[in-house]
Structures are given as structure tokens and as C-alpha cells.
Design a protein around this ligand. Structure first.
Ligand code: HPA
Ligand code: ZN
Length: 329
């Protein structure tokens, strides 16, 4: 049995495997610029975040109906369950769909259909987090939040993703203020390719409760001290960092130093169909590359439940944490 864990940094569009992409392309009469799944996989050699995002947005063209989003989420949940995921907080990118004529309702209702039966089918509790594309305007983010209002009973929080450099968190101050007024939880990608200063800004200007990635905080000792003191969770994605060349190789990932600095770090998969592994694969890879002890791996799983948005169901969090404590490797 795999170690029980929560996954807190997972873009549902990043779980689109080539086989499902081709099946949906056929079903929807969409032509992909690749003849075979092998040819498509060849395109998965990225030089940076943008080169990945170009392919990630292009492949979304196959997602058109609520059933497509249901199939996408079902495929993820099944794989996640097999790797010990007990709770998943799932990002989606509404603007990447509404911009091509697929409505907010299609996306949310499609995903929700899979999430509604996730507990029964896969033993996974779920939350949905809607991300704004930071390379789009603040006005577009506000319009997206407005379009989401009929679906807020299904949406736990908001996040911020896509091309980071040149798009500082402060650009989205207003939409995060509105999200807070609506009672939504707030997270943001920061310090992946962007500087440590973006991490500080996400905390101070956007009021986020968790930082997605946050790796580059390590360049700022004062910030590290603050993140540790305030117990701000960081959702690391080690295989993503290697594939997007945020780090040279897994053996040089700062995760161990981050644990030693007392940071509340978690391990996640980001876009597993693109980066060579689901969350259990990420745990296994860092354990091996960084020679982590069993107890350090247990700490990572404990952190994942501590950092989860389960405040409305503390008995569940306690059950999950008990599973982690009694797990035998
Ligand atoms: N970073 C920024 N935006 C993203 C990512 C990421 O790792 N994955 C999907 N959108
Ligand atoms: Zn991400």
C-alpha cells in the first residue's frame, strides 16, 4: 500500500495523457499537429516554463464538452488513488477554455461530475481551485471571477499560474481582494521562475495562505525565516522543476535544505502527463535522489494534510494524519 498523501498542486489540464488527447481529438473532430502519440511525446522536451505552456495550451483544444472534462478528471483520480492520494486540491484554468468558446459551466460541471463520485469510486476527497492566467490582464481575471459566481459552491479557492516573469502578484490585487470578500481561499504560484520578491508580494499584497512552488525563496534567508515562522506551506513539484529546467538535476533540488530550514514543504506533481510522473513518482524520485529517510518522507506526507484546505472537516484531516503516522514503509 502506498503512503497516504494529499496532492495540493495539480493542474487538471496537465493530466491530459497523449492517448486521451488523441481519443478526444477524434471524438470532437479536432486535428492535432501530431500524427501519433509517439510523435506527440517527442514534443515533451521543454527548455523553460513558456515552452511547456505553449504545448499545454495547444493540447487543450481537444477539451470541448462537459464529458471531456469528466473523463479527464476521472483518469487523474484513478491514477492518483493508485499512488496513495487520499485528498486532492485540483487547479483548473478557466480562461484557457472560455477564450476558445468553452463556457465556465461546461468546465466546472464537467469536473464536478467526476469529483462528486471521487470519494465513493477512488476514496479521494477533493477541492477545486480556479486559477487566473497571470499573463492575461487583471480585467480578464475579474471577469473570470464574475463568470464563476454561479459556481462558487463548487470552488474552494483561487490561484495564479502561467508565465510568471514580468507578471508580479500585485497585478492581481483587486481580484484577490474580491475573492477574499467572497470567502474564497487564496494561493498563488510564486518563485518558480520568478524572484523571491514575488513570494513576499503574494503573501503581503494578495494575502495568500500557500505558495505554489516557492523554490526561489531559498535566495532570501530572511524570507525563508519568515515562511518557516509563519508555517506557510510551499507546494513543491520536483519533477516539474527538472523538466522545466528550474533546477539542473533532481540531486540538486533544495527540498532537503528546505526541510532542514523548518519549511512546511509538500511534494506534488504539477502537470504529471507532461513531467514524467504522478505524485507518488515525485515522492519516490526525491527520496532516491536526495537520500531521504523514511521519517523525512513521512514528514512530507504529514505536511500535505496539514496544508490542505480541510478546515471545514477537521475530523477528516485527523483521520488522514493518523493514517500517515501509523503507515509502515
Ligand atoms: N507554472 C505556471 N503555470 C502553470 C504551471 C506551472 O508549473 N503548470 C500549469 N500552468
Ligand atoms: Zn503549477
Amino acid at each position: 500500500m502506498p503512503l497516504p498523501k494529499a496532492e495540493l498542486h495539480l493542474h487538471i489540464e496537465g493530466t491530459l495523457e497523449p492517448e486521451l488527447a488523441f481519443a478526444l481529438a477524434e471524438r470532437n473532430g479536432v486535428t492535432l499537429p501530431y500524427a501519433t502519440t509517439e510523435e506527440l511525446r517527442e514534443a515533451y522536451r521543454f527548455s523553460d516554463l513558456q515552452s511547456f505552456l505553449d504545448l499545454y495550451y495547444a493540447l487543450m483544444a481537444v477539451l470541448r464538452t462537459p464529458e471531456d472534462f469528466t473523463a479527464l478528471a476521472d483518469a487523474y483520480l484513478e491514477r492518483a488513488a493508485a499512488q496513495g492520494v487520499r485528498h486532492a486540491e485540483i487547479f483548473f484554468d478557466p480562461q484557457a477554455h472560455t477564450a476558445r468558446g468553452v463556457s465556465m459551466g461546461t468546465v466546472v460541471e464537467g469536473l464536478a461530475a467526476a469529483l462528486d463520485r471521487a470519494e465513493e469510486r477512488y476514496g479521494i476527497s477533493t477541492r477545486l481551485i480556479m486559477c487566473f492566467l497571470r499573463d492575461e490582464s487583471a480585467a480578464s481575471a475579474l471577469a473570470t471571477l464574475e463568470a464563476a459566481k454561479p459556481y462558487l459552491d463548487r470552488i474552494t479557492g483561487v490561484g495564479l499560474d502561467s508565465a510568471e516573469v514580468g507578471h508580479p502578484p500585485a497585478k492581481f490585487r483587486e481580484v484577490y481582494e474580491e475573492a477574499a470578500r467572497l470567502g474564497l481561499r487564496r494561493v498563488a504560484h510564486a518563485g518558480e521562475e520568478g524572484p523571491a520578491e514575488y513570494v513576499r508580494e503574494a503573501l503581503d499584497v494578495l494575502g495568500v495562505e500557500r505558495i505554489d512552488h516557492g523554490l526561489r525563496c531559498m535566495e532570501d534567508p530572511e524570507l525563508v525565516e519568515r515562511l518557516a515562522r509563519e508555517r506557510v506551506p510551499l507546494t513543491l513539484c520536483p519533477l516539474s522543476n527538472v523538466r522545466l529546467r528550474v533546477i539542473d538535476e533532481l540531486g540538486r533540488h533544495p527540498l532537503r535544505e528546505m526541510l532542514d530550514a523548518g519549511l512546511l514543504v509538500t511534494v506534488n506533481s504539477d502537470d504529471p502527463a507532461y513531467f514524467g510522473g504522478y505524485v507518488g513518482d515525485n515522492y519516490a524520485a526525491v527520496r532516491e535522489a536526495l537520500s531521504l529517510s523514511q521519517e523525512q518522507v513521512r514528514v512530507l506526507a504529514r505536511h500535505s494534510f496539514e496544508a490542505a484546505f480541510l478546515d471545514d472537516d477537521e475530523p477528516r484531516r485527523a483521520r488522514y494524519l493518523a493514517e500517515v503516522e501509523t503507515y509502515t514503509f
